[in-house]
Every structure is written in structure tokens, then in C-alpha cells.
Design a protein around this ligand. Structure first.
Ligand SMILES: Nc1ncnc2c1ncn2[C@@H]1O[C@H](COP(=O)(O)OP(=O)(O)OP(=O)(O)O)[C@@H](O)[C@H]1O
Ligand SMILES: [Mg+2]
Ligand SMILES: [Zn+2]
Length: 531
């Protein structure tokens, strides 16, 4: 019968435990010098060697001919413990034996001296699952354990243990295992099992496993069920990483501002029953990788991708600025928040794609309407452009920012003025914010959630953040703001503050079209500034 790799390759000595040098060195020292504790606590993330080390320790303290702190694995005691015939080593799964009675039984039992071995060793796995009563019962025993008893508690969730227990144990933290160590162990296993494992494949598995050796060995098993010649592309295929070229294609559409291509692709993913929230998560992750590639010298270690994908990712990163990557991530992140709140996922993703594509060649709101209409087969009511203007009502008392803006203009009620100059979302706002971020982090901080629109010759910043007014009144910040806008627009502009028109948001968007228009006006990046 086939035994899964992670069971078959459980380390049998401390020297075989990978990536936990602090733990294994300390334990071997204690064993060599005979300075053993009565209670150990092994904590750390999944599949990093806690249970394995507990078993090794249980053998090492009882081994008849230990070797430099390691068990020999050959003497009667080592074999008996491995075979489970020596009852002095007891493994308790606290997940299923968590009651106070289980621990009381144990308390009575510990007083008997060991039958064959030197020490009675109790390994209590998943110890955080014990009930409060059981913890109390255990505490009594931990306080005055008989000489011949050793407790080894293991858990992934150390924060769930009472302080009284913690203070009575010698604690060892099992860290995530570095990818290089994991891949070395995988190579060792490959060698023993006689299959071929390419270096980049091993490293890819190691990164996917995120620090856990059990997960890494399981992934390797998954690959082996397909072929005994494990390459990086096999790993990508077996773990479902392959076939993600749609991410690259969506990114290409966004970069080339091809809204139609993005929507078509989105549509085919939707029809192929791709979950829209999942897609959004994948896109955020994709742009995160681009961000890392842009900002870290040697990004390889931080990005989990197959070598083929990495080459393509490099190309994509070269074509984008860090600012636009951050901007896209920001929009996607906000979309993700909204997707969770049960809006129509498809429409939400469509509007996001359009927002990201920022159709430069097609700047009028009407043409955007046509694009949406073409995709949404439902008949849509025609919406006058004034609906955009009406979604942007400058405050009755605009906060004067520049001298000229101090003379407030009469705010025109948009409903009564179809000829009102249309406020168009200002596409350069992200760039302005990028400037501001460098020069005044506090001002950037209050503006992170803001958007801006252009209304004739003035720029209206839409924000709810009350700190904005206070901050911008200081001369330094005012100059930073005016300078940033001038740098992006190419000429000085009058600046006003307005409020995003959130209160009018319907809780469930009945009409995706007007919803789209409203949000595109808010987010301020779908429509180019004219003039
Ligand atoms: N540090 C390691 N060195 C070598 N192999 C390891 C290591 N950690 C885990 N493994 C592999 O993973 C398997 C499971 O490890 P182990 O049971 O020790 O993990 P654990 O930390 O107790 O995990 P959990 O928190 O899920 O209980 C082992 O049989 C072994 O194959
Ligand atoms: Mg375990
Ligand atoms: Zn032995």
C-alpha cells in the first residue's frame, strides 16, 4: 500500500529535522548534559516538526545508546516506542480527549513508575483544545510532577493556553521553515525515492507550502501522481497555478486601456463560472507581485510563481509605473470590500474593469454608456449627463484653498441647470496623491480615500475627512497641494473641497447603469479631463 510521503519521511532524529536549528540544538544539549525539564511546550505553525520532535525526544530520553543527543532508533526501547508496544510513552490527542476526566485518569496514572523505559512521557497534542477543567487538573500535575515523568505539550495556538500552564513549561517556538531548507528536504526525499525533481520545481513547491514541510511533501505527492519527472511546469499544473494566463490578459487589457477586451474576457470567465470574488483576489495578488517586482531588488523569494510566469510578470512590470500599480491595487481592494457585501458581483467587476481601463480614446460619458449598454443586454433608461454633475455637489461653503477660490461661486443646483458645466472625474488624481505622499504624508493620509473632479477651471476634491480642512489651512500643506496639482495638470488650478455624495447611494443598486455612473464619478478615473 502506498504510504504518503509526509508520513513515510517523518524525521527520526534531531539531525533530520530541517529548519529548526534553535530547537534541535537546545534539545540535544539538554539530552547530552542530562538537564531535562519536566514539561516542554512546542508551539508554531502547522507541519513544522512539533509532533516529530516530541516523538524523537520521547525516544531520546529512553534510548539505551543515545548518540550525541539523538536516539539510536535501533535499541529495544527505541523500537518498542516506535511500534507502540512500550506503554510508557503515551500520545494523547487533546482534540478528542479534552475533558477533565481524561486528565484526572492521567493524574492517577503518572504516579506509577515506568514499566520498561526510564521515563514516562506524555505527549499531549493540540493541547489548546483542553477544557478549562482539564487545564486545572493538568496544572496540579505540572506543579509537582514525579521525577520519572516528562510532559510534552504541542499546539499551533499558544495564545489559547492559560498563563499558569505557560509558566510551567520550557517553551520552544517552531518557526516557518525557509524555502531553501524545504527544497533541500524535498531533494533528499526525491533522491531516496528515486524520482527526479528539478531545482526550480522544488523551490516552487517550497514557496507554495509557505513554511510547512508537511504541506510541501503533500504537494510533492500531488505532482508525483502525474509524473515521476517533476518539473516546475508540472508543479504549476498539478497545483492549479497553470491556466492563469487570463490574469496576464486582463492586465494587458487594463494597461492598453482596452475596456472592450477586458469586459469580453471577464464575460467569458463569468460564463465559465469563474467566481468573481476569487478573480478579484487573484488580481490583487497579481498586482501585489508586480508591486514587489517594482520595489524589491531580488523579488524571487517573495513571489510564488512558475519560472515561465515570472518572465511574463517581468515584462508586465516593466510596462507599468509603481504609481499605477498601487492605484490599480487600491481600486481592486475597494471592489473586494464591496463584493463581500453582496452587490451584483458581475456588474461590480465590470465597472471596476472599465474604471481601470480608463478609456482614453473615448472620453464622453455617453460613449461609456454605450459600452455598458452593449454588454448589459437589459434595456437601460437613457441617462442625461447631468446625472454626473448632480452626483457632485460642491459644499455650500466650500473651504477656500487658494486665494481665488476664496470667492465661492454660487453652487448651481444641477437638476435645474442641464447646461451646467459637466463635472468630470479627474483622472490625474492618483498621480497628484503620489506627489503629495512624497511631500506631506499627513496630507496624503487624509486624502487616501478622496477623489476629485474637474469643473470648468476648478478642481474639486471630494472627501469626507474632516481633518482635510484643518491640514490644508497650514501654509506648507496648501503649497504642497497646489504644487502637486500644477505638476500633474500642467497649469495652476483653483481648488475647492466638496463632499462625495454618499447619502444618496441606494442600498441595493437597482439600475446597474446609473450605479456605474455614480461610482465612476466618485472614483474619478474613468473619464478623461477635457481641455
Ligand atoms: N522540520 C521538519 N523537518 C523534516 N520534516 C518535517 C519537518 N516538519 C514537518 N515535517 C514533515 O511533515 C510531517 C508532519 O510533521 P509534524 O507532525 O512534526 O508537524 P507538526 O508541527 O506537529 O504539525 P501540526 O501542527 O499540524 O500538528 C512529518 O512527518 C514530516 O514528514
Ligand atoms: Mg502535530
Ligand atoms: Zn535507542
Amino acid at each position: 500500500m502506498y504510504q504518503v510521503l509526509y508520513r513515510k519521511w517523518r524525521p527520526q532524529t534531531f539531525s533530520e529535522v530541517y529548519g529548526q536549528p534553535a530547537v534541535t540544538t537546545a534539545l540535544k544539549n539538554e539530552l547530552r548534559t542530562g538537564r531535562l525539564a519536566h514539561a516542554y511546550l512546542f508551539t508554531g505553525s502547522r507541519g513544522t516538526g512539533k509532533t516529530s520532535c516530541a516523538k524523537i525526544l520521547a525516544k531520546a530520553v529512553n534510548c539505551l545508546s543515545p548518540r550525541d543527543g539523538d536516539p539510536c532508533n535501533e535499541c529495544d526501547n527505541c523500537r518498542g516506542i516506535d511500534a507502540g508496544t512500550i506503554l510508557d510513552v503515551v500520545e494523547i490527542d487533546a482534540a478528542s480527549n479534552n475533558g477533565v476526566d481524561n486528565i484526572r485518569d492521567l493524574r492517577d496514572e503518572v504516579n506509577f513508575s515506568p514499566s520498561i523505559a526510564k521515563y514516562r512521557v506524555y505527549i499531549i497534542d493540540e493541547v489548546h483544545m483542553l477544557s478549562a477543567g482539564a487545564f486545572n487538573a493538568l496544572l496540579k500535575t505540572l506543579e509537582e510532577p514525579p521525577e520519572h515523568v516528562i510532559f510534552i505539550l504541542a499546539t499551533t495556538e499558544v495564545h489559547k493556553l492559560p498563563a499558569t500552564i505557560l509558566s510551567r513549561c520550557q517553551r520552544f517556538d517552531f518557526g516557518r521553515i525557509p524555502a531553501e531548507e524545504i527544497s533541500a528536504r524535498l531533494q533528499y526525499v526525491a533522491d531516496q525515492e528515486q524520482f527526479t525533481l528539478a531545482d526550480d520545481a522544488a523551490l516552487l513547491i517550497a514557496r507554495l507550502a509557505d513554511g510547512g514541510l508537511r504541506d510541501a511533501l503533500s504537494l510533492l505527492d500531488q505532482c508525483l501522481s502525474r509524473s515521476h519527472d517533476v518539473t516546475a511546469s508540472l508543479v504549476a499544473e498539478a497545483t492549479g497555478m497553470a491556466g492563469r494566463d487570463y490574469l496576464f490578459r486582463l492586465a494587458a487589457a487594463i494597461r492598453s486601456r482596452d475596456g472592450a477586451a477586458a469586459l469580453t474576457l471577464l464575460n467569458s470567465l463569468y460564463e465559465g463560472s469563474k467566481d468573481m470574488e476569487r478573480l478579484c483576489v487573484e488580481l490583487v495578488d497579481f498586482y501585489r507581485n508586480l508591486m514587489i517586482m517594482k520595489s524589491v531588488g531580488d523579488p524571487g523569494a517573495l513571489i510564488v510563481m512558475s519560472p515561465d510566469e515570472l518572465v511574463e510578470l517581468h515584462r508586465e512590470a516593466d510596462a507599468l509605473s509603481l504609481e499605477s500599480i498601487l492605484h490599480i491595487m487600491d481600486v481592486l481592494q475597494r471592489t473586494l470590500d464591496r463584493l463581500k457585501s453582496g452587490v451584483s458581483r458581475r456588474v461590480e467587476m465590470e465597472t471596476t474593469m472599465l474604471r481601470l481601463c480608463d478609456p482614453r480614446l473615448d472620453t464622453t460619458p455617453e460613449s461609456l454608456l454605450r459600452r455598458i449598454e452593449a454588454l448589459e443586454t437589459r434595456p437601460m433608461p437613457s441617462t442625461p449627463t447631468a446625472s454626473i454633475a448632480s452626483s457632485v455637489k460642491p459644499e455650500a461653503e466650500p473651504t477656500p484653498v487658494s486665494q481665488e477660490a476664496a470667492k465661492p461661486e454660487e453652487p448651481k443646483p444641477a437638476e435645474n441647470a442641464p447646461s451646467v458645466s459637466v463635472s468630470v472625474p479627474f483622472t490625474g488624481w492618483a498621480d497628484v496623491l503620489a506627489y503629495i505622499a512624497k511631500q506631506s504624508p499627513p496630507l496624503y493620509g487624509v486624502l487616501t480615500d478622496s477623489t476629485a473632479v474637474i469643473d470648468g477651471e476648478q478642481l474639486i476634491i471630494l472627501t469626507d475627512n474632516e481633518l482635510f480642512g484643518a491640514l490644508v489651512r497650514s501654509d506648507g500643506n496648501k503649497a504642497v497641494l497646489l504644487g502637486a496639482v500644477q505638476a500633474v495638470v500642467g497649469r495652476p488650478m483653483r481648488i475647492k473641497r466638496g463632499r462625495p455624495n454618499r447619502k444618496e447611494e441606494p442600498s441595493a443598486p437597482a439600475d446597474p447603469l446609473s450605479d456605474f455612473l455614480r461610482r465612476s464619478a466618485e472614483s474619478g478615473i474613468t473619464i478623461e479631463e477635457r481641455g
